[in-house]
Design a protein around this ligand. Structure first.
Ligand SMILES: [Zn+2]
Ligand SMILES: [Zn+2]
Length: 194
C-alpha cells in the first residue's frame, strides 16, 4: 500500500486527509480469523513536519473471529489506531544493528504503508478471543460445546481443533454395536486380505 504525498513535499505544516479502502486479504490468514467482511477502511491525516511525515488516524474493518475455546464465529468491528512518523532520511549513523525497530523513511513522493498497516493490525487484533468470558469451550473428546451442557467423556488430552472432526466421524459411523467390538471389524478385514 503506497500513498502519494507529492502535494506535501517541501511544504512544512501542510497536511493531507486520506480516506481509502484497501484489501483486507492479509487479515484472513491470521489465527482466530474466520473471515473478513469487506475492505479495510483507512482514515489518515498525513502532516509534513519538516523532518518527515506524521501519519495519524485509524483503520476500520469488520472481521468474523472464531472463539478460541468453542470456535463459534463472532462478528467484531476493529478500530485500529495508526501513528507513525516517516522521516525524510535515515538519522546519521543509522545501521540496522543499532536500532531495534526499522525507521520508516519516505520514498520520494511516496510513503510505503504496508508494514505500518500490517503491524498495527497484528498489535490490535484480539489474541485468543472468547465469545463469552465464561465460555467452557468444546469437549476435547466428543466436540460437544460444554457451554450448552456436559457430555459423558472423562479425558482431556485431545487437540481441541480436532474435536469437531472427531464428532463428525462418530456421527458418520454410529451403530448400536460400535462400543462393544471397538475396532475389531477393521482388524479382521485387514488380516483376511493378507
Ligand atoms: Zn466460545
Ligand atoms: Zn465429550
Amino acid at each position: 500500500m503506497r500513498l502519494n504525498i507529492g502535494a506535501l513535499v517541501g511544504n512544512k505544516g501542510d497536511f493531507l486527509e486520506v480516506e481509502k479502502e484497501i484489501s483486507a486479504d492479509f487479515i484472513k490468514s491470521l489465527p482466530d480469523v474466520n473471515h473478513v467482511d469487506g475492505p479495510l477502511v483507512m482514515n489518515l491525516l498525513v502532516t509534513n513536519t519538516g523532518e518527515g511525515y506524521l501519519v495519524n488516524g485509524h483503520l476500520n474493518c469488520e472481521v468474523v473471529l472464531r472463539c478460541s475455546r468453542c470456535l463459534k464465529p463472532m462478528e467484531t468491528k476493529l478500530k485500529i489506531p495508526i501513528e507513525e512518523e516517516f522521516l525524510n532520511r535515515r538519522p546519521e549513523g543509522y545501521n540496522e544493528e543499532s536500532f531495534l525497530d526499522e525507521i520508516p523513511v519516505a520514498e520520494g513522493n511516496e510513503l510505503n504503508l504496508k508494514s505500518l498497516i500490517e503491524e498495527s493490525v497484528l498489535m490490535n487484533i484480539p489474541m485468543k478471543p472468547v465469545c463469552e468470558s465464561d465460555c467452557l469451550g468444546l469437549c476435547s473428546i466428543c466436540g460437544t460445546n460444554l457451554s450448552d451442557g456436559q457430555c459423558d467423556c472423562d479425558t482431556t488430552d485431545v487437540d481441541i481443533r480436532l474435536a469437531p472432526l472427531k464428532k463428525l466421524l462418530e456421527t458418520a459411523t454410529k451403530s448400536p454395536e460400535r462400543r462393544k467390538d471397538h475396532g475389531s471389524t477393521k482388524e479382521k478385514t485387514l488380516k483376511s486380505k493378507n
